[in-house]
Ligand binder design. Structure first.
Ligand code: GDP
Ligand code: MN
Length: 384
């Protein structure tokens, strides 16, 4: 899960990394007020869960109130790479001479975290990584020992960082690594880490991705995730406990629910195979408590794009008849079933389950092919 820039900067600042003065704004008026308070020039920056905002027009530097208003009007409410911009960070603009890159991530190939430093930071770091990987210095860390001071100095030296700021950059990198370790980071980076004429170093951007599976022991970060949900469906999924990768919104119109990640993936593929387009991935996991099933249905029904739902259940330890009872109870909680729901039940006690299911409310199919085909057809019909 990814924090917003302003949240990541809050975490960085707490750890002692220098960040520019800034304020969050939700409206154009708030943005102008913040800019006046901070003093020009300021940067107005879209807060969305995606990088490359600068190139996509989500960041503007302004010199007075009029420009601040114009920029805020442009950015708030814009669609940035598929994300609605609801908030902007108004930030003291940094007058820089150099843009550096520092980051810590997991090198899965090596099975160890790696610290990275480059003097070629800024918006083109992806191209640098691709075309000139040697311009990014790397140092693997043994998590049992943490990052030794000599390792931080070495990677900064290898990157060719100017001596006047090398000590400060090494210290920031060490702090980043400690944060990665203590706060269950997956990718943490500062790009750009700006260097000023006076050789001050300041984090102008902040990326903090947290390991979603570790959120249970990072309550402070988990709370940030809830606040940062980009849309209502995401927020609802979190509220229902379908967090992390259990629910993923997609852009089609066939809702998909299943018990088990592989089963749901297979269903997605089959929807695509039959010419349909999946609206989501939703894995409700093992068990079939009516409440969980009802929550899953409510979540998928809440997606306005959904025109039909395919429910793919495999009875294993949880038997088919139990699942069917769960689905029936869940269906009872709705005054109205808004779109056709097609259920495929297989595995232990599937026959019994299919007999129990309330066919006034759902269509039952015994093979996945038939269920998916029916859901795709139903969705097509709505569209037509
Ligand atoms: P990203 O495009 O989403 O990674 O957003 P960044 O925060 O990294 O900003 C992109 C680029 O905008 C930076 O590399 C800078 O060139 C520029 N930028 C951002 N903040 C400032 C600032 O305070 N002052 C100046 N002069 N440029 C900035
Ligand atoms: Mn950046």
């Amino acid at each position: 899960m990814r924090l917003h820039e302003y949240q990541a900067k809050g975490v960085f600042a707490e750890a002692g990394i220098p960040t520019p003065a800034s304020e969050l704004a939700r409206t154009v008026d708030e943005a102008v007020e913040a800019a006046e308070e901070i003093g020009y020039p300021v940067a107005i920056k879209a807060q969305v869960h995606v990088g490359g905002r600068g190139k996509a027009g989500g960041i503007k530097l302004v010199d007075d109130a009029e420009e601040a208003r114009e920029a805020a009007e442009d950015i708030i409410g814009m669609d940035l790479k598929g994300y609605d911009v609801e908030t902007v960070l108004v930030e003291e603009a940094v007058d820089f001479t150099n843009e550096l890159y520092v980051g810590v991530t997991m090198d899965r190939g090596e099975g160890r975290p790696v610290a990275m430093v480059s003097k070629r930071g800024g918006v083109n770091i992806e191209e640098v990584a691709e075309e000139e990987p040697e311009a990014i210095a790397r140092e693997h860390i043994d998590p049992a020992f943490g990052m030794h001071p000599f390792q931080a100095r070495k990677v900064v030296y290898d990157a060719g960082i100017d001596g006047a700021v090398a000590g400060e950059v090494a210290s920031i990198l060490t702090t980043l690594y400690e944060m990665w370790d203590e706060r269950d980071g997956s990718d943490i980076e500062i790009n750009p880490l700006m260097v000023t004429e006076d050789d001050d170093v300041i984090a102008a951007d902040a990326v903090f991705n947290v390991d979603g599976d570790a959120l249970f022991r990072q309550p402070e970060l988990a709370e940030m995730e809830e606040k940062a949900a980009d849309n209502e469906l995401e927020a609802k999924a979190q509220e229902y406990g379908f967090e992390g990768s259990n629910y993923v919104q997609l852009d089609g119109n066939v809702g998909i629910i299943g018990n088990g990640a592989g089963l749901v993936m297979g269903t997605l593929d089959l929807v695509d195979y039959y010419g349909g387009s999946p609206a989501n991935f939703l894995d409700i996991g093992g068990g079939a408590k009516a409440e969980r099933v009802a929550n899953a249905l409510d979540l998928v029904f809440s997606d306005e794009d959904v025109d039909s739902v395919v429910f793919n259940i495999f009875g294993g330890i949880t038997r088919g008849d139990e699942v069917a009872n769960g689905i029936n109870e869940a269906l009872d909680e709705f005054d109205e079933i808004p779109v056709p729901v097609i259920v495929r039940l297989a595995g232990t006690n599937a026959e019994e389950g299919m007999e129990i299911l309330n066919t006034d409310l759902v269509q039952v199919e015994s093979t996945l092919e038939d269920a998916v085909q029916a859901a795709v057809d139903a969705a097509e019909e709505v569209k037509a």
